[in-house]
Ligand binder design. Structure first.
Ligand code: 3SL
Length: 244
């Protein structure tokens, strides 16, 4: 299996991902939030680029929750922000969640030409590794932050490669994938410390969101393989059996 890595949502080119199997990562916090909502029984998650677009779903969908952030904070008028720890099963179950975030939703929309788009974070790495192990080529796509590299996404990519190495012996890593893997090996015993010192970690700490960081760093707390297709993220119910 050949593995490539793209560092930011902004650097995804339609032609590069067209027809390919991809894994989308925005560990702080969009993909962690999406996984949490689906684990709590959300029917589907619909990424929206703007707050206006997200709110428009109130008129077209019943049983819908509108959520999202700008500058890390819940947008006024939305039902929820982007803090996975604030999501409650009673509120989410059987609802459609429309989510608009700064980088994560852009990542998914930029991947639209891919053949397969799976949603990953530390929370579901083993499930994702098992789901992609039969692919000949895989592109791991990180959201990054406002067009820049983000360490938490890079380390999540490295951790996914680590899991894949445990399942397959024939990995051909691009140089970036190799560095992500090596960086994960170096830091795997101190992820919380390293990531609380990172730019995104410091920004979340300043917003009193440390609980989101600790939550998002729980490896394999969820056994979900959500995929994004035709504008909607969904998850086969069967794969929810082992969650929590
Ligand atoms: O940009 C995003 O998609 C967000 O996940 C970033 S934040 O942690 O909510 O600020």
């Amino acid at each position: 299996m050949k593995i490539e890595l793209i560092l930011t949502a902004d650097s995804i080119k339609t032609e590069r991902v067209k027809g390919k199997a991809t894994v989308a990562i925005d560990t702080f916090r969009a993909t962690s939030t999406i996984l949490t909502a689906l684990a709590q029984g959300a029917k589907e998650v619909i990424p929206a680029l703007s707050v206006e677009e997200a709110l428009s779903y109130k008129n077209t969908l019943s049983d819908v929750i509108i959520a999202g952030e700008r500058k890390g904070e819940k947008v006024e008028g939305l039902d929820l922000g982007n803090s996975p720890v604030e999501y409650q099963e009673q509120q989410i179950q059987d609802k459609s969640l429309v989510l608009t975030t700064t980088n994560g939703t852009k990542l998914l929309l930029n991947l639209s030409s891919a053949r397969r788009i799976l949603i990953a974070a530390f929370l579901n790495l083993s499930s994702i590794a098992k789901a992609v192990k039969g692919e000949k080529e895989l592109i791991i796509c990180c959201a990054g932050s406002r067009g820049e590299f983000s360490l938490e996404d890079f380390l999540t990519a490295g951790a996914l490669i680590y899991k894949l190495k445990g399942l397959k012996s024939d990995l051909k890593l691009s140089d970036l994938s190799l560095v992500a893997y090596q960086n994960y090996l170096t830091n795997q015993g101190q992820l919380a410390k390293v990531l609380k010192e990172s730019e995104h970690g410091r920004r979340l700490l300043a917003l009193n969101k440390e609980a989101d960081i600790d939550y998002a760093l729980q490896q394999d707390a969820l056994f979900l393989v959500p995929s994004y297709s035709e504008g909607v993220i969904s998850c086969k119910r069967k794969s929810l059996e082992n969650s929590f």
